[in-house]
Design a protein around this ligand. Structure first.
Ligand code: ZN
Length: 165
């Protein structure tokens, strides 16, 4: 049963990646650099630690951003381009890829353009998504499950749910 769910989820991730890179599909396939990591995939597909996605799969009660005071909807675009919590990471990213827009097509364009830009986007995704996953884990531990059973049981558990097998 679970393997079927995972297979379906992987298939969905695959389709979502193709949708994200489709305007530059040839360049994407012909590039000679760049590894598509788990956290890069989260950002390109939106399937990951984003309020909107977590709300959709019923892991969160609202789609709002947990890192902003006024809780706007936490989408990929919000996380990458807007959320003040990631301003420093964004500045580092912009130093490499420039001042253009930070939409997903623009990120893909930068990624296929050069290895340096691919690595900058990848580092941004690693740092920001890791921080978001950590925050999500802390929230889960402290709010929705008031019992203490998880507190001493190490780090296994829900964070692996979104990971491919
Ligand atoms: Zn935010």
């Amino acid at each position: 049963m679970w393997s079927l769910v995972y297979a379906a989820a992987n298939h969905m991730h695959g389709l979502a990646v193709i949708a994200a890179v489709s305007p530059l599909f040839e360049e994407w396939l012909e590039r000679r650099h760049g590894v598509l990591t788990y956290r890069l995939t989260q950002v390109l597909t939106g399937h990951g630690s984003f309020g909107r996605f977590l709300f959709r799969i019923r892991r969160e009660e609202t789609p709002g951003c947990r890192h902003c005071v006024d809780h706007p909807e936490d989408t990929v675009e919000h996380t990458v381009a807007v959320c003040p919590a990631w301003a420093e990471h964004r500045r580092v990213l912009r130093d490499v890829i420039g001042d253009g827009d930070l939409s997903r097509p623009a990120l893909v364009q930068a990624m296929v353009r050069s290895e340096r830009e691919w690595d900058a986007v990848s580092s941004f995704c690693e740092a920001v998504m890791l921080a978001k996953e950590e925050a999500e884990r802390v929230r889960e531990r402290s709010s929705s499950r008031p019992s203490r059973r998880r507190r001493h049981s190490g780090r296994r558990g829900s964070r692996d749910d979104l990971r491919p097998p």
